[in-house]
Structure formats: structure tokens, C-alpha cells
Unconditional design. Structure first.
Length: 252
């Protein structure tokens, strides 16, 4: 399939989603996601996050900004890290995985240009935060998580929070979810080492957008738009995500 490159107009600043150390991941991994009721202090911090971390750094999508202001991010981090939930950085969620910094979540949401009639596939449910943000913006979110413990915990939390339009499956996201596709948009929250898996491209509708980090030590956040002629590729910014595991690691 034809791939054409175009310089991404959204490139702004060098965005590094920093990996956290293994000891820190291990220390908080057993804490579990926050399940207590939302407190006023947590609610009050979200508007400040939206203003200082998102609007001032160039996020313009009203839909994405409103979703970020509604989703209680502190519910998607381990209990012991709740006080850091609205800081400008990623956090470990256990099993060697992270929840992305708010700006990256907002940017990826903005890049798919969400609408209420869209069906979106997410590869890498993690704690469920990106799925929740997308669910505020679109009709349906289908999310795949390769780590069973994370997938089950995220599914339970999303259900508790009332996200009936999110469907979580445990498995390798390389093959996508063909029974649920094709999709208006696809979001990867883990980085395939060399290229976007072909099954994911095949499940993208014409006119649809796929947003993903790609690379090994050095990664680029890219947006791929499917056209009638093939695929257009934009490089948005340098990033650093956890690697996509499973079959993606077998490609060369």
C-alpha cells in the first residue's frame, strides 16, 4: 500500500513521555486503582490542568478539552499516587506500564478529530484513562489490553464510572478487533518498534485517522489518514512510550 509522508503541522515542542524506573513501578503496582469517592480537591484540580497543561500548550479541540475536564484522572492511577494524578507527567500503573501525561492524552484525542458518531479502536487499555476520555467524545470505544490484570481492572473501573460505550478485550492488539471494525479512528498507546501493524491499517475506514507512537529508542508520534489512494503519514512530535509487546516485537 502506498505511504506518503507529509510534515505534521501539529508539531510543537519536543514531547517526551518518560519511562519510569522498574523499582517505582513495582512499588506502586500492588496499590490498585483508586476506588473511593471523588473528593472536591480532585475535582478542583482538573480545570487548572486543562488551563495550564492543555490550553496554554496549544490544545484547541473543544471536544477534547471538555472531555479532559470531565474524566476523573485520579481514579485511573494507583491509590498511593493519587496526589500526583493531575501533575504534568506520566505515572506508573503497575505491570511495567504507565498512564500518559495529560497533555499527550489530550493531543492524541485531538488528532483523531473526534465526533459523536465515531467508533474508535484503542490498542493498549492500560488503566482505562485514554479510553474514558475518548468515550466522552465518540459513540463507541473498543479497547484491547495485552496484560490481563490491567485489562480486567480497567474494565471494572470503566463500568463503575458508567462508561457503557467502552468495550474491553484482553489480548494481543496486533491483529486489531476485526469483528468490531472497520473503525473511524485507531489510537495506539504503546509503540510498535518499526511500523504500524498491517491488520490495524486494514481496519481503518477511508477517511479515518490512526494515531500512534512508532519506534524503538527514538519514537515519533504519527498520524496516518487513510485515503482512496492509500495512506498519508504525518509526523507530529518525538515521544517516548512503552513498547508494544506480543506479535509486534517479532516483525523486522
Amino acid at each position: 500500500m502506498e505511504m506518503t509522508g507529509r510534515c505534521g503541522q501539529h508539531a510543537r515542542t519536543c514531547l517526551w513521555l518518560l519511562a519510569v524506573s522498574t523499582p517505582l513501578v513495582a512499588a506502586v503496582g500492588a496499590c490498585g486503582f483508586q476506588v473511593a469517592g471523588t473528593q472536591d480537591s480532585d475535582q478542583a484540580r482538573r480545570p487548572d490542568m486543562v488551563e495550564t497543561q492543555l490550553k496554554k500548550r496549544g490544545i484547541r479541540s473543544r471536544v477534547a478539552l471538555e472531555a479532559m475536564g470531565r474524566v476523573p484522572r485520579h481514579r485511573f492511577v494507583p491509590r498511593g499516587m493519587r496526589g500526583l494524578a493531575y501533575d504534568d507527567g506520566p505515572l506508573p500503573i503497575g505491570q511495567g506500564q504507565t498512564i500518559s501525561q495529560p497533555y499527550i492524552v489530550a493531543l492524541m484525542t485531538e488528532l483523531v478529530e473526534p465526533r459523536k458518531d465515531m467508533r474508535v479502536l484503542e490498542i493498549g487499555t492500560g488503566s482505562g484513562y485514554q479510553a474514558a476520555v475518548l468515550a466522552e467524545c465518540v459513540a463507541e470505544v473498543d479497547s484491547i489490553e495485552v496484560v490481563p490484570e490491567l485489562g480486567k481492572a480497567a474494565e471494572a473501573l470503566l463500568r463503575e464510572l458508567g462508561y457503557k460505550n467502552v468495550h474491553v478485550k484482553v489480548g494481543d492488539g496486533y491483529e486489531g478487533w476485526p469483528d468490531r471494525g472497520p473503525f473511524d479512528a485507531i489510537v495506539l498507546t504503546a509503540a510498535p518498534p518499526d511500523r504500524i501493524p498491517k491488520p490495524l491499517l486494514d481496519q481503518l475506514k477511508v477517511g479515518g485517522r490512526l494515531v500512534a507512537p512508532v519506534g524503538r529508542a527514538e519514537q515519533d508520534l504519527v498520524r496516518i489518514t487513510r485515503t482512496a489512494r492509500g495512506f498519508d503519514r504525518e509526523v507530529i512530535a518525538p515521544v517516548r512510550f512503552v513498547p508494544m509487546t506480543g506479535k509486534a516485537q517479532q516483525e523486522r
